[in-house]
Design a protein around this ligand. Structure first.
Ligand SMILES: [Zn+2]
Length: 92
């Protein structure tokens, strides 16, 4: 049997369910895959969903960091413009 990744939603442990058709289900929050003809097929879907969820979370974190950098950049640009204006005023 394939090793199952932890639940992409809550981090809970996953388990195999079924005899003829198989699903993978989280023991904690009960989200589950569709039914598949083999344990391996169900496990592949479960593990892929998990890695997609991880990538989406990483992407969101990067997007948030990027937005923060843009904001910081705007603040610094305003400060530089302010300093340049002050310098212009001080010229004799
Ligand atoms: Zn879960």
């Amino acid at each position: 049997m394939d090793k199952l990744a932890d639940c992409p939603c809550c981090g809970g442990k996953a388990e195999y369910i079924g005899r003829k058709m198989f699903v993978i289900q989280c023991q904690a929050c009960r989200i589950r895959t569709q039914e598949y003809r083999s344990e391996h097929a169900a496990a592949q879907v479960w593990n892929i969903r998990n890695s997609i969820a991880k990538e989406a979370a990483e992407y969101t974190a990067l997007q948030w960091r990027f937005d923060k950098l843009i904001q910081e950049n705007n603040v610094l640009n305003e400060r530089i413009e302010g300093l340049e204006t002050d310098r212009e005023k001080q010229k004799p």
